[in-house]
Design a protein around this ligand. Structure first.
Ligand SMILES: C[S@@+](CC[C@H](N)C(=O)[O-])C[C@H]1O[C@@H](n2cnc3c(N)ncnc32)[C@H](O)[C@@H]1O
Length: 274
């Protein structure tokens, strides 16, 4: 599959296999997907009828996290595994509070670059890079990352909805550590991931992912906490999306027992490098 992120380049898409970005887009009701991706989304919906709701709730948590980070004074975002542009994206959530906030989107799927380029043509504070989280140094060394982000100042690293696509044997935490190690204190790490607290629907979500994409593993909350590399989590800590709002950690939230099964599939957390 040809790919280039040079100026004006048009990447070719492999439409014989579903991709994570396009299946997720299909679940969100987007139009940037092919028949094979819609089949992948149908597999998710077969196992988890509310899988689309999970994706929508994950996007809403992403927006809440970004808004919190901007209000904390962060004005640089490195959003890895950003996905296809959808209703409200990181740069919109950030720039409606701070128009000068800079956002670099990174995704392995060239379709993100193709669609992101059109969306961002007029936004000089935002850019899209095709790169691979499994090569974290390659991301930091990418010329567009270097020119957009000032690593002598805090950066929010977003790894939202992507860990589940890697098995623990691949050691995804080490890729994230490579980047976090090069960010200054005051930087943040924002993660959402599929969780395993013993609920049958969580297992069904994993089964759907393995059948449609060959990945999509669930993890215990203790294991997800390790993604944060020992850095302290900001209140309310790691929690189910429905109960997680770092801008209002003392707000009353539903008890875990009150959550619907689909609301127990993803957890979110933000840690601060001190
Ligand atoms: C489920 S989507 C999440 C999108 C967005 N972050 C969100 O939470 O709404 C996961 C994204 O990670 C991307 N991805 C998968 N493997 C990747 C890798 N090795 N490097 C960078 N991005 C990757 C996929 O292409 C997809 O767009």
């Amino acid at each position: 599959m040809a790919n280039s992120d040079g100026p004006g380049a048009t990447p070719a898409f492999d439409t014989s296999q579903p991709t994570i970005a396009r299946v997720y887009d299909a679940l969100l009701g987007g139009k940037d997907n092919f028949a094979v991706d819609r089949e992948g989304a149908a597999t998710y919906l077969k196992y988890v009828p509310d899988a689309g709701r999970c994706a929508i709730d994950n996007r809403a948590a992403l927006v809440r996290g970004v808004q919190f980070l901007v209000r904390e004074g962060v004005d640089q975002f490195l959003d890895i595994g950003s996905g296809l542009p959808t209703q409200k994206n990181t740069h919109q959530a950030a720039q409606e509070i701070n128009p000068a906030a800079k956002v670099v989107y990174v995704d392995i799927d060239p379709i993100v670059l193709a669609h992101g380029r059109a969306l961002l043509a007029t936004n000089e504070n935002t850019t899209v890079v095709t790169a691979d989280l499994r090569d974290p140094q390659g991301i930091l060394d990418h010329p567009d990352v270097k020119s957009h982000l000032d690593l002598s100042r805090p950066v929010a690293l977003m790894v939202v909805g992507i860990h589940m696509h890697f098995h623990d044997d691949e050691k995804p935490d080490e890729w994230v550590r490579t980047i976090m190690d090069q960010l200054v204190p005051g930087s943040y790490l924002f993660i959402t991931d599929f969780v395993d607290t013993g609920e049958p629907l969580q297992k069904a979500m994993e089964q759907a992912g393995l059948e449609s994409l060959g990945n999509g593993w669930i993890r215990t909350p203790e294991r997800i906490e390790q993604h944060f590399l020992g850095m302290p989590l900001v209140p309310p800590g790691l929690d189910f999306l429905e109960r997680w709002n770092p801008s209002a950690p003392d707000e009353e939230v539903p008890d875990v027992e009150e959550l619907l099964p689909y609301q127990k599939i993803l957890m979110a957390g933000i840690a601060k490098k001190v």
